[in-house]
Design a binder for this molecule. Structure first.
Ligand code: GTP
Ligand code: MG
Length: 168
């Protein structure tokens, strides 16, 4: 699995997303996944909210292959300035969280992430599991087998039905 670092304001759902990505409700194949799911870097929201601490985040992105910028569908304003993604010398994806929440506005959050420079954006709910499998699929590398893929199978075996995905 590619290593991802999650960045977003405090309360945007980073830690909860990590729990959903780790899929506590399902059984992973230990030999393939025990380390792979230790490749998510959680960061405190305060780092993204403070100019000086933001520099620390920039350093941590070097530890990851993919940077995940989070914006919750319930956020009243965006933390991210326009066109910031080129600042990270890594692939940057956008993740809209909390799409299940009452009064969620996922389209607005997605537009903010696009403005920040993200071209690939996933909408997820860590509560219902919607979209979680899509992020895992994005992070998959050759030789990785995701939990819903058959043993010895190929990519053709991926089921897009999120009922079979972690957290569902
Ligand atoms: N409705 C809903 N609430 C969520 C979801 N994900 C997280 N939350 C809630 O949002 C709150 C903040 O979630 P955290 O995962 O702690 O947020 P964080 O980004 O790690 O926050 P910091 O550690 O302070 O930076 C908690 O009360 C979660 O239960 C979601 O998918 N849907
Ligand atoms: Mg947290």
């Amino acid at each position: 699995m590619k290593k991802i670092i999650l960045i977003g304001r405090s309360g945007s759902g980073k830690t909860t997303l990590i729990q959903a990505l780790r899929g506590e409700k399902i059984h992973y194949h230990k030999t393939q996944y025990v380390n792979h799911f230790d490749v998510i870097i959680d960061t405190p929201g305060e780092y993204a909210e403070t100019k000086n601490l933001g520099a620390a985040l920039a350093m941590y992105t070097f530890e990851a292959q993919v940077v995940g910028l989070l914006a919750s569908a319930t956020e009243p304003y965006s933390l991210f300035s326009p066109c910031i993604t080129p600042l990270a010398n890594r692939e940057v994806i956008g993740i809209v969280t909390k799409i299940d929440a009452p009064h969620a506005a996922p389209r607005r959050a997605e537009q903010w992430l696009r403005l920040a420079g993200c071209t690939t954006i996933y909408r997820v709910s860590s509560y219902t599991g919607e979209g979680i499998g899509d992020i895992l699929t994005h992070l998959k590398e050759d030789g990785d087998r995701l939990p819903w893929e058959p043993e010895g199978g190929t990519n053709h075996g991926i089921q897009r039905n999120h009922e079979n995905k972690p957290g569902a």
